[in-house]
Design a protein around this ligand. Structure first.
Ligand SMILES: *Cc1c(COP(=O)(O)O)cnc(C)c1O
Length: 356
C-alpha cells in the first residue's frame, strides 16, 4: 500500500520549531502532518495518505464517542549523531496494536502498513525530530470506530491515524526518584478484562486514581491485582524491583498487565549483562519486607514515554516504603537502553529501524 501526500500549505517556520525544541514538554505541540488509513468492512484498508494536521470531521453518532472502541500505540523517533533518524522495534508496536484491536473488536492493520505510516510521516516532518539528551519525536498511532451507528456491535467503519509531537522527558530530564501512591480504592484491570490492551478507556478509568495520588503528593499510582495483594503496574508504565544481588523482579504477564516493549527490552539487556530476571507474582508484602530488611534495594517504572523512572518511595495509606539503594542498576539499565535508542551504544539486537 502506498501513501499519497497532500502538503501543508503553510508549514511551521524553522525558528518556531526551534522554540518548541528548547522546552518541548510532553505531547503539547504537534507536527504539520498526519498519516491516515481508512477501513470499511466491504473494502478493507484503503486511501493511505499523509495530509495536513487538523481537526477530524466526525459524525456525532460515531461509535467511538459512545462505546470507546479505540486503541493506540506510543513509539519514538530519535535523531542520531550520524544525522540519521531511527525508531525502536516498530514491528513490536504493530503487533501490539493488532492484539489490542482484536480485543476491542477493531480490524487488524497489516504490520507493514503500520511501519510505512511511521516512515512516511517522519520523512515528511523530519525537521520536527529534536536532537539532544532525552528528546525525541513521540509518535502516537491510534485507531477508532467512525461508523455512525448506535447499535452495539463490531464497527463497519474505522480510521487509523498517526500524529507526532516533539517531546522531552516526562518527569523532566533528571534522574530524580519519583514517589508512588498505592491505589486501594480503584483497580485498573481484572482477569478477562481489557488491561492488556492499549485502549483509551483504561486510561480514563485510571485518572481518578492518578488524581488521588497527586492529592497525596505522589507523581504516579501503583495498581494492585484484584485481590489487593500483588503488584501489577503503574498508570501507564511497567514496574521492576531490584534485589541486593542484582536479580530483577517484575510481575509476569497475566492478561491484566500491558506487555511493554521497554519492559521486554530491559529484560533482554539485564540478561545480556548476566543479571537474573524473575517474571512472577510479587506481593506488596514482599516488597515492604524486602525494602525493610535490605534485600530489595531499588525499584523503577518503565515505558516509552518516560523510559526508566526510579521509584524512591511508595506510599500505602499511612505506611511508606522507602528504597535505600543507590539506583546504580536502574541507572545502568537506563543508560544502556537510552544509549541504543540514541545511537551511542551498539545496537547488538537489531532493534533500531532507520526512517531517514
Ligand atoms: C504503554 C504502556 C506501558 C509501556 O509500554 P511500552 O511499550 O514500554 O511503552 C506500560 N503499561 C501501560 C498500561 C501502558 O499503556
Amino acid at each position: 500500500m502506498s501513501f499519497t501526500a497532500i502538503e501543508h500549505p503553510t508549514p511551521t517556520p524553522a525558528d518556531e520549531i526551534a522554540k518548541v525544541f528548547s522546552d518541548p514538554g510532553f505531547g503539547l505541540t504537534f507536527t504539520d502532518h498526519i498519516a491516515v488509513v481508512d477501513w470499511a468492512a466491504d473494502e478493507g484498508w484503503a486511501n493511505a495518505r499523509i495530509q495536513p494536521y487538523g481537526p477530524i470531521p466526525l459524525d456525532p453518532a460515531a461509535s467511538v464517542l459512545h462505546y470507546a472502541n479505540e486503541v493506540f500505540e506510543g513509539i519514538k523517533a530519535y535523531r542520531h549523531p550520524d544525522g540519521g533518524i531511527y525508531t525502536f522495534r516498530p514491528q513490536k508496536n504493530a503487533a501490539r496494536l493488532n492484539a489490542s484491536a482484536r480485543r476491542m473488536s477493531l480490524p487488524e492493520l497489516d504490520e507493514q502498513v503500520f511501519v510505512s505510516s511511521i516512515e512516511e510521516l517522519v520523512r515528511k516532518d523530519h525537521a520536527w525530530v529534536p536532537a539532544g539528551e532525552g528528546k525525541a519525536l513521540y509518535l502516537r498511532p491510534y485507531m477508532f470506530a467512525t461508523e455512525a451507528f448506535l447499535g452495539v456491535r463490531k464497527p463497519r467503519e474505522v480510521t487509523f491515524r498517526v500524529i507526532a509531537s516533539p517531546v522531552g522527558g516526562v518527569f523532566g530530564k533528571t534522574f530524580a526518584p519519583v514517589k508512588i501512591w498505592v491505589s486501594r480504592d480503584y483497580a485498573r484491570a481484572a482477569l478477562g478484562g481489557t488491561g492488556a490492551a492499549k485502549t483509551g478507556g483504561n486510561y480514563a478509568g485510571a485518572m481518578a486514581a492518578s488524581s488521588a495520588a497527586a492529592a497525596h503528593g505522589c507523581q504516579q499510582v501503583l495498581f494492585l491485582d484484584q485481590a489487593g495483594e500483588a503488584v501489577e503496574e503503574l498508570g501507564a508504565m511497567n514496574i521492576f524491583l531490584v534485589m541486593k544481588d542484582g536479580t530483577l523482579l517484575t510481575p509476569q504477564l497475566t492478561g491484566t498487565i500491558l506487555d511493554g516493549i521497554t519492559r521486554a527490552s530491559l529484560i533482554q539487556l539485564a540478561e545480556d549483562s548476566g543479571l537474573a530476571v524473575e517474571e512472577r507474582r510479587i506481593t506488596l508484602d514482599e516488597w515492604a519486607h524486602g525494602a525493610a530488611n535490605g534485600t530489595i534495594t531499588e525499584a523503577f517504572a518503565c515505558g516509552t514515554a518516560a523510559v526508566v523512572a526510579p521509584i524512591g518511595e511508595l506510599v500505602d495509606g499511612d505506611q511508606t516504603i522507602t528504597m535505600t539503594g543507590d539506583f546504580s542498576i536502574t541507572r545502568a539499565l537506563k543508560n544502556e537502553l537510552v544509549g541504543i535508542q540514541s545511537g551511542s551504544v551498539e545496537d547488538r539486537h537489531g532493534w533500531l529501524h532507520r526512517l531517514v
